[in-house]
Ligand binder design. Sequence first.
Ligand SMILES: Nc1ncnc2c1ncn2[C@@H]1O[C@H](COP(=O)(O)OP(=O)(O)OP(=O)(O)O)[C@@H](O)[C@H]1O
Ligand SMILES: [Mg+2]
Length: 363
Amino acid sequence: MKVRFENLTKSFGALDAVNHFNVELEDGELISLLGPSGCGKSTILNMLAGILPVTSGKIWFDDDDVTNLPPEERGIGLVFQNYALYPHMSVLKNICFPLEIQKVPKKEREERAIEMAKLVHVETMLDRKPKQLSGGQQQRVAIARALVKRPRLLLLDEPLSNLDARLRLEMREEIRRIQQETKVTAIFVTHDQEEAMSISDHIVLMKLGIKQQYDEPQRLYDEPANQFVADFLGNPPINNIPGKFDNGTFLPDGGSEAIMLDRFKSVNYTGRVNLSVRSESFTTDNAGSETLPCVVESVYKLGKDEMARFRLGSSEFRAYIPSDEGLEAGQSVKLHLKKRGVFLYRLDDGTRLLPNDAQAEVN
Ligand SMILES: Nc1ncnc2c1ncn2[C@@H]1O[C@H](COP(=O)(O)OP(=O)(O)OP(=O)(O)O)[C@@H](O)[C@H]1O
Ligand SMILES: [Mg+2]
């Protein structure tokens, strides 16, 4: 089923928790709502589920306006962070329960529940009570219970946040597998960028109720639409080097010489900017005229990689370097910029500045 949000807005008094939200997802897709705490993710899910009335705007399921439809008529399966299983019921009873409410005959509901138990790999635990299951197993049962009604849409609100790191990894792969096997359209809420990047067809990144970018995971990383998106995605975080941009030249704060940034020479802007560069986007190979005169501050190992801290003017930043480079603290070095992972954002409002030719490509 297709889902479309049209100018969806939710206000709590003066606060717009969700502000003119427009997104469309295709049948069978899994998208993530990603963003920091309080950005409106759960509010969107609750409006979708019909638990929370909308302030304005519309929700469409295929060609049906469901904005005012009661929750039980929406055909939605819900999975929350705190599994919310019924403690006194067995696994089988828990999965059957939604069908019991729908008055599905006993034989059919048990068959369907067992089919779901198999799908989520808990079919050997049907007689156990929830407290006899691990957190991951409980979450599997919760997913089976949400899917047994054959919902048109599956909503998952931070379903992995009560699990330890290893289980989170395993369960997010499981959620993706189950979603792909059932082909159910799904919306997954998380504030964990890696989780969203690894399981989604598309990601909506939100800030204070406002959509920042809706894109494929890799494009969010490769083409961040504004400073917030660039800062939110990536580990280590993107390096922001503030300075003054003047039609193709960049003077870093505290620096003495302006740097020609060839790729931005068609950007018609004069003012304060961040030159934002991913740590993997610096190189010591001479790759053109975009030369950054830096000083090595320190060199250290980060897991399997070698990194260095550099100073450019009054800013510091981190970059991966080849370990055979033999850099030492205090040394002057000329760094160059690779093609990917280099962005220019206005300091005043975080807008991305694009060269003329790239403008057409990104829009
Ligand atoms: N019933 C309510 N009354 C007033 N304000 C609310 C209510 N529910 C949510 N809010 C506010 O709306 C904003 C969005 O809340 P929401 O729960 O959607 O955030 P979230 O993105 O799910 O955050 P988290 O990651 O912490 O779960 C927050 O500022 C929150 O305080
Ligand atoms: Mg929430």
